[in-house]
Design a protein around this ligand. Structure first.
Ligand code: S3P
Length: 171
């Protein structure tokens, strides 16, 4: 492996960023950083509680600060961003500057099926399926700026992992 760059996973809630990120890091022997988990450790409270107590604006502010810090300070790590983080221009610019980024792309219907625990997903709390699909379509334009798009629907988990590792290793 030649690169010192981070491997960054982006995409909607439920796209598997944390699960796949952890497995990819393990396979590559790299450090894994789940940004939402880091936020929860630093704030000593869950992401849902931050939304409930302080609202989305406050969460986005913390998300910008902690994601930026992690992206600036890390190298050769696997980083899973929160689903909304890449929509933030500052975070997006940092990701695109010196990392290898992958959008875990799924069909809208697959994302809906994969989103099980709505309690843990404050952004979707009051949304129906149509509104969620609108959100996915809206975000997809931005997600598509990632360096690589992984079409996940036709692959099994191990194939997604292999594909990402293969691309990362040839960079
Ligand atoms: C969000 C996704 C969540 C978390 C927060 C907001 C979003 O992360 O950051 O609830 O706006 O898409 P996951 O994508 O890891 O669920």
């Amino acid at each position: 492996m030649k690169t010192n760059k981070n491997l960054v996973l982006i995409g909607m809630m439920g796209s598997g960023k944390s699960t796949l990120g952890r497995l990819i890091a393990k396979k590559l022997g790299l450090v894994f950083i789940d940004v939402d988990h880091k936020i929860e450790l630093i704030e000593k409270v869950s992401v849902s509680k931050i939304f409930k107590k302080h609202g989305e604006r406050y969460f986005r502010m913390i998300e910008e600060k902690i994601s930026s810090q992690i992206l600036k300070e890390s190298s050769k790590s696997v980083i899973s961003l929160g689903g909304g983080a890449f929509l933030n221009k500052k975070i997006q610019d940092l990701v695109l500057k010196k990392n290898i980024s992958f959008w875990l792309k799924w069909k809208n219907t697959s994302i809906i099926k994969r989103l099980k625990n709505f309690d843990k997903r404050p952004v979707l709390k009051d949304m129906n399926n149509e509104q969620i699909i609108n959100l996915i379509n809206q975000r997809s334009k931005t997600y598509s700026k990632a360096d690589y798009i992984i079409e996940c629907d036709s692959l099994i988990k191990s194939e997604i992992i292999e594909k990402i590792i293969q691309i990362y290793e040839t960079n």
